[in-house]
Design a protein around this ligand. Structure first.
Ligand code: NCD
Length: 322
């Protein structure tokens, strides 16, 4: 694991939640709360990223994550480049590093990267200039640190504690970077009862998610849960996705109002999006009174602002003098 902090302990890169202490996660969440504005309120406008240039490099599709990095950085005063990576030079044969060096030459300070290959964010950290930061916006099935942070911010806003909570993560955990990052953040903050609920074929390897309980029946896994987090089946990461039957999956693993009654009466229902209604979750539950799915989206902007502000503060210490 590459160090994500500089010599003075400031956040320099964010590609994983491994190695972040409870204190550092808590300080990001506190800062995010100060930036958070609810729909209808005027958005926070600040200058924390003034004279900072950020490039969004998304080699995989994204709606929420990309839009929220874009808004978060603009609301803090950054210059933002949103490159069309599907049609970009990488397709024309330019290596990713040449793209990075080209954008560095245009004074890009922060690269936000999403890629389907594991290891890309670390590779970039090893190759960018010393004054440049890398943030992962999703690395293969491995990690999605800002999603993990926004998930725990959402839980904290409703529960104010992590110890003693029962959190069930349901669905395609094997291929989910969200599950890995959120489970890691929960463990660091003190939640020991994390349940992985999936058909046998979608559970992760035994040596992953240390300490998590495993269930192959949704009824057992969500029983008494304080939080139920639903995941999409990530067919794009499977070799034999075509054989999966959506209707059969909903019958055995879908979250509907009847099953939700097994959880705590005040259960929070979460989903990182994009949702497949009628496959992993019914519409009435997705839009129902327990759902905090749109709050997750709102918190996503605030968390990304907090991460960017922390990184920008570190960056200013590494700038070359005029
Ligand atoms: C997730 C992702 O890309 O990992 N989406 C997101 O960032 N909100 C989950 C998914 O694609 O299913």
């Amino acid at each position: 694991m590459r160090s994500q902090t500089d010599g003075a302990g400031g956040l320099k890169h964010l590609i994983s939640l491994d190695g972040l202490t409870r204190e550092s996660i808590t300080s990001i969440l506190d800062r995010a709360e100060s930036y958070r504005r609810f729909p209808g309120q005027p958005a926070y406008e600040g200058r924390e990223l003034a004279a900072v240039t950020l490039a969004n490099l998304f080699f995989e599709p994204s709606t929420r994550t990309r839009a929220s990095f874009d808004l978060a950085s603009r609301r803090l005063g950054a210059h933002v480049l949103n490159l069309e990576m599907q049609s970009s030079s990488r397709v024309k044969g330019e290596t990713m590093l040449d793209t990075i060096y080209t954008l560095e030459a245009m004074n890009t300070d922060i690269f936000v990267i999403r890629d389907s290959e594991a290891g890309t964010p670390e590779f970039l950290i090893d190759h960018v200039a010393p004054h440049v930061s890398v943030i992962s916006a999703g690395e293969a099935h491995v990690s999605h640190p800002t999603q993990g942070l926004l998930d725990v911010l959402t839980i904290r806003a409703h529960r104010r504690r992590f110890a003693g909570l029962k959190v069930a993560i349901v669905g395609d955990i094997k291929h989910s970077r969200v599950a890995r990052s959120t489970a890691r953040a929960l463990r660091t903050l003190g939640t020991s009862d994390v349940r992985l609920v999936a058909p046998e074929s979608l559970l992760p390897a035994e040596d992953e998610f240390q300490g998590a309980l495993r269930f192959t029946r949704i009824e057992d896994g969500i029983d008494g849960a304080d939080v139920v987090m639903m995941l999409r089946i990530q067919k794009e990461r499977m070799a034999q996705a075509a054989s999966l039957d959506d209707a059969a999956y909903f019958r055995t693993f879908g979250l509907d109002a009847r099953r939700l009654k097994l959880a705590q009466p005040d259960v929070l229902v979460m989903h990182p999006g994009p949702m497949n209604r009628g496959v992993e979750i019914s519409s009435d539950v997705a839009d129902g009174p327990h759902s905090v799915i749109r709050e997750q989206v709102n918190n996503g902007v605030a968390v990304r602002m907090a991460v960017l502000a922390a990184i920008a503060a570190t960056l200013t210490r590494h700038r070359r003098p005029l």
